[in-house]
Design a protein around this ligand. Structure first.
Ligand code: GDP
Ligand code: MG
Length: 683
């Protein structure tokens, strides 16, 4: 954490600790410590230096050379860095491990590498070799720092170091250099304390021939045996005067050299594009750590693999950031969609989120290994699309529900009143429903996906059809009920009249009325059913139901007119008409000489003849006989229906019972008649 006193605490200037305050560009960081551990803080340091988003617009330089040859001093002068310089009074080695600074006011990462000196340290050259590998894999320029008097000394530490550098380079870039992209490195020799007696050109020639000799002495793999030093390295040479003896000249020359690192337009600009290792700035920390890890564990350092690993790591990170932002956006519409809402313009929103996420990903990730970048992009698209797809499906589902509800409502509104054309109402509502759905579904589509909405439309169409069917059935039912009510109204009076008349053609009259009224009802049905688009089968069923219900209505009317009190009333009336009135309809006043007994018997017998007439629906004219199939089904009732039995009004038992009841009534009239004659005599 910033400000904490950890081994990675950042030192500024003369070693003062920063306290989490805004960074200055000269903060330094020890990327590899004296225990050869790589820092976990490089990425955040690069971010603090403001280089994270530099892409490829940055450079890396490292220094090599024996201990105490003024390397740190040189870097500080050249790049405005703050590396430790050996304290003159103590003369101890100061630089441990590898340090890094950002060049002041320049996009340069500068690495100060621990100097080696086999003579003094008597150590194996493990660290030397490892730091050489590390520097070569990450730097564009290696500054090789040496005293003038070291030039030409084969035994010197420098030559051993260079041999290491060359060997390492072959291992790293041997096969890759042909494409010339990331294998090339500039070796910049800086000759220190140049007195001037020997011209730079001579020193350069000596060094070059030494280098060539070393190159030739290398044990190269067979397939690389013809490779030249110049296939891998550019060489540059410069000399600096004595820092103390010619202080002014030294400063001037350092400034001249500095300009070659800074001035991109100058002819001798040192950071040539060919040297760039093509690691995007936001991946440098991870890349370097990976390289060090490999170096440290003595594994073969395979740069293409490292770059692929880097690409995988960074592309994952970049993708995760893009996905997180995308998910945040998508979340805003998840709840509305899940709660059943049709989100207006959801397609446009989704297309924007998707494009934004991919643009963000492409901006940062496209700098990495193409294959990895592409694969991770496909993964990202799959994640985006799976989220979007569930929103899309939710939207379809909600749209489907909404369209169906709207359709039902339109049907209800349309079927209001008396004069609607059913088929017309249905087809209009149907067309509107399908169009609303299709338009909404198309809006929600996202380019580049293989989403389909047509299946959902088919489901909707089916449901719409089912609703329309149900509506038609309901409407048909309502119509049948209406027709039935009308039918009842129309038969009521004629049936009553006919049953009151009670003559032998009573049933003929009733059945004639029944048929006429039923014919009218059937015509009414057929006319209306046309606009309902009813199927033939439905028409057959409806008409059969109509006939059955008409018949049952007739029977109900007959039952109503033949309940015990009513039928007994009718019989009594019939009898009275004959017994108590004469043929002119004048009430009889019985005289003793009248034949009451015969009159009574005649009236009674005539009346009793009516009982069998009422008992069965049976016209004289057989063409008026009516019949219905017994199995007739009616959506309204599942009652058993046995037509022949409906022709029977009174069973034999019932008829007998009525006869007996009537006889008792008639007897009462007879007694009353007898009494009246007695009374008249008595007066
Ligand atoms: P490093 O170990 O290579 O990083 O060397 P330093 O930069 O720490 O310097 C080691 C010592 O050499 C210090 O005392 C410096 O003052 C001194 N020094 C630096 N540059 C020069 C130079 O150009 N010539 C001479 N003679 N001494 C130098
Ligand atoms: Mg140093």
């Amino acid at each position: 954490a910033p400000g904490a006193l950890s081994p990675h605490a950042k030192l500024v200037g003369n070693g003062h600790l920063t306290n989490g305050t805004p960074s200055t560009s000269t903060e330094r960081i020890q990327i590899v410590d004296d225990e050869k551990k790589f820092t976990p803080n490089l990425a955040s340091q690069i971010e603090q230096w403001g280089l994270r988003d530099a892409g490829f617009n940055y450079n890396v330089v490292a220094v090599f050379g024996s201990q105490s040859t003024g390397k740190s001093t040189l870097l500080n002068r050249l790049f405005g860095t703050t590396f430790d310089v050996m304290d003159e009074t103590k003369r101890q080695q100061t630089t441990k491990g590898i340090w890094m600074c950002r060049g002041k006011d320049m996009n340069v990462l500068v690495m100060d590498v621990e100097g080696t000196d086999g003579r003094e340290r008597g150590e194996d050259q493990d660290f030397e070799r490892k730091s050489a590998l590390f520097s070569l894999a990450s730097s564009e320029i290696l500054i090789v720092n040496l005293w003038e008097h070291q030039v030409g000394l084969y035994q010197g530490a420098n030559m051993g170091l260079l041999k290491t550098v060359f060997e390492v380079n072959l291992g790293l870039f041997g096969k890759k250099t042909q494409d010339g992209t990331n294998g090339r490195t500039l070796l910049l020799f800086v000759i220190r304390d140049h007195i001037g007696v020997t011209p730079l050109a001579n020193l350069q020639a000596t060094l070059t021939s030494d280098l060539t000799r070393i190159w030739e002495s290398l044990a190269k793999p067979a397939e690389l045996k013809d490779r030249q030093l110049s296939d891998y390295f550019d060489l540059a040479f410069t000399a600096l005067p004595h820092k103390i003896l010619s202080a002014d000249k030294f400063e001037a020359e350092v400034q001249t050299l500095r300009r070659r690192f800074v001035n991109k337009t100058s002819e001798d600009y040192l950071f040539k594009p060919a040297y760039h290792k093509r690691i995007p700035a936001d991946g440098v920390a991870f890349y370097m750590e990976g390289i060090w890890e490999q170096v440290q564990t003595n594994k073969d350092l395979d740069l293409p693999t490292q770059q692929e690993l880097l690409a995988q790591f960074r592309c994952d990170e970049i993708s995760a950031v893009a996905l997180a932002e995308f998910n945040e956006q998508a979340k805003s519409q998840r709840r509305p969609v899940e709660s059943g809402k049709v989100v207006e313009g959801l397609g446009a929103l989704m297309r924007n989120w998707r494009t934004d996420a991919l643009t963000r990903y492409d901006r940062d990730a496209s700098r990495y290994h193409k294959g990895v970048y592409g694969r991770k992009r496909a993964d990202l698209i799959a994640s985006l699309d799976s989220t979007l797809s569930s929103l899309f499906l939710g939207q379809l589902k909600n749209l489907h529900k909404l369209c169906l509800v709207t359709f039902k409502k339109e049907m209800l509104d349309g079927l209001h009143g008396e004069t609607y054309d059913f088929a017309n109402v249905v087809s209009k509502a149907q067309a509107r429903c399908e169009k609303t759905f299709s338009d909404g579904a198309k809006e929600a589509l996202v380019d580049g996906t293989d989403w389909v909405w047509e299946d959902e439309l088919e489901l909707l169409k089916e449901e719409v059809r089912a609703v329309a069917d149900q509506c038609r059935k309901d409407e048909t039912k309502k119509m049948l009920n209406l027709i039935e009510r009308n039918f009842k109204k129309h038969i009521s009076e004629p049936v009553e009249l006919a049953l009151n008349k009670a003559n032998s053609e009573m049933w003929d009259d009733i059945l004639r009325t029944f048929r006429e009224t039923l014919n009218k009802a059937e015509t009414t049905y057929s006319t209306k059913a046309k606009s309902f688009n009813c199927t033939d089968e439905e028409n057959v069923t409806s008409l059969a139901a109509l006939r059955k219900r008409a018949w049952l209505a007739l029977r109900a009317k007959i039952d109503e007119q033949t309940t015990d009190p009513v039928i007994l009333g009718k019989l009594r009336g019939h009898f009275e008409e004959r017994f108590r009135y004469d043929e002119h309809g004048v009430p009889r006043v019985w005289k003793p000489e009248d034949d009451i007994d015969s009159a009574f018997k005649k009236a009674k017998d005539e009346t009793l003849e009516l009982v069998p007439l009422y008992s069965k629906i049976s016209p004289v004219d057989s063409s008026l006989e009516y019949t219905l199939p017994s199995e007739t089904t009616d959506a309204l009732s599942t009652e058993e229906f046995d037509f022949p039995s409906t022709l029977v009004v009174f069973t034999e038992t019932k008829a007998l019972e009525l006869t007996n009841k009537f006889r008792r009534d008639a007897d009462a009239y007879y007694v009353e008649a007898k009494r009246s004659t007695v009374a008249s005599i008595a007066q």
